[in-house]
Design a protein around this ligand. Structure first.
Ligand code: 5RP
Length: 215
């Protein structure tokens, strides 16, 4: 197990309330946190409900005995603990390496506090080394692909075993290169307005607290 990820996930336990709703992130670091959280909840008999950001996290949490409920069964999420693919010094980030960006953003935006748990390799002065995932509906996606090409974003469909990868919502992911984009806020606004784009992995002004493990 990656020591930085483990250390970050462990530290996030300190933020857990005795009672409340916790958002479970997705990815390897979030999975370590889910495992540690389940141990803490059982050992301390905490009154914790959870909502998940992916089918994978939902299954993992439930398997480990956490009370994972549908997001629409709760009014608000107290704290969400999630990973990230890249984070800059202002706590803006790129997420979606695990293709869970849509549910991750919905859960994050409905959380009172968002904590990201990362290892030091995720910290970058400037975002863009990691390809930005854009979730698009299948219908007309080739037109969006060509639009991204024209914008100079060198798009590529995310694939697995030679097939286009499908997200939990049955959409495609197009990864784009934003290393040459100066104004990512403007790009986020542009993507928010594009019909056919379901969500993108620019998480700007969402993270409240960053825990970097193993520094
Ligand atoms: C999934 C995500 C993950 O949080 C991100 O990819 C980080 O994953 P890991 O902790 O495995 O490095 O955004 O969509």
């Amino acid at each position: 197990m990656d020591n930085g990820k483990l250390a970050a996930a462990k530290q996030a336990l300190d933020y857990m309330p005795n009672q409340g709703v916790i958002g479970l992130g997705s990815g390897s670091t979030a999975s370590i946190f889910i495992e540690l959280l389940s141990q803490k909840v059982q050992a301390e008999q905490l009154d914790i409900m959870c909502v998940a950001t992916s089918t994978q996290s939902q299954k993992l949490g439930a398997q480990l005995g956490l009370n994972v409920v549908d997001i629409d069964e709760v009014d608000r999420i107290d704290i969400t603990v999630d990973g990230a693919d890249e984070v800059d010094p202002d706590l803006n980030g790129i997420k979606g390496g695990g293709a869970a960006l849509l549910f991750e953003k919905i859960v994050a935006l409905n959380s009172n506090r968002n904590i990201w748990v990362v290892d030091p390799s995720k910290e970058h002065k400037r975002l863009g080394q990691f390809k930005l995932p854009i979730e698009v509906i299948k219908f007309g996606s080739h037109h969006l692909y060509r639009h991204f090409e024209k914008l100079g974003l060198s798009p590529s469909y995310r694939q697995t075993n030679g097939e286009y990868l499908l997200t939990d919502s049955n959409n495609y992911i197009i990864d784009v290169d934003v290393s040459g984009v100066d104004d990512l806020t403007a790009l986020a606004t542009q993507l928010d307005q594009l019909t056919g784009v379901v969500e993108h992995g620019l998480f700007l002004n969402i993270c409240d607290e960053l825990i970097v493990g193993g520094q």
